[in-house]
Design a protein. Structure first.
Length: 114
């Protein structure tokens, strides 16, 4: 059985944790995701102090967990301004996610290696 903690994840508190929601154990990022048998729906990922690599590091751990548990990661990238949206789209593309929709509110997918 795969340990969530070894990937920097922990079940969310309360009944929501029983529904498959997880959060990051790292104090430098705010990460929320829902796990199903085949998918990880990334709901939130942001760094407490942007630009220091903690968001990217948390995302890489999540990808490693997805790879090891044969799950696809899905997310919708949404930002407040067009400039922020462009940076966010590039961030996920640089981390190996494939854009599925338009540039304004794109869905991204990452598929584990086989």
């Amino acid at each position: 059985m795969i340990s969530l903690e070894s990937y920097g994840l922990t079940p969310a508190r309360g009944s929501i944790g029983k529904m498959g929601f997880v959060t990051s154990t790292c104090d430098d990022v705010r990460l929320s995701a829902q796990l199903t048998d085949w998918h990880i729906f990334l709901l939130r990922l942001d760094a407490v102090t942007p630009g220091r690599g903690s968001g990217g590091a948390a995302l890489e751990l999540l990808k490693r967990f997805a790879d090891d548990s044969d799950r696809i990661i899905n997310l919708i990238a949404a930002a407040d301004t067009p400039d922020q949206q462009a940076r966010l789209n590039k961030f996920y593309a640089d981390h190996g996610f494939i854009q599925q929709d338009d540039d304004q509110t794109p869905e991204f997918v990452w598929t584990p290696t086989i």
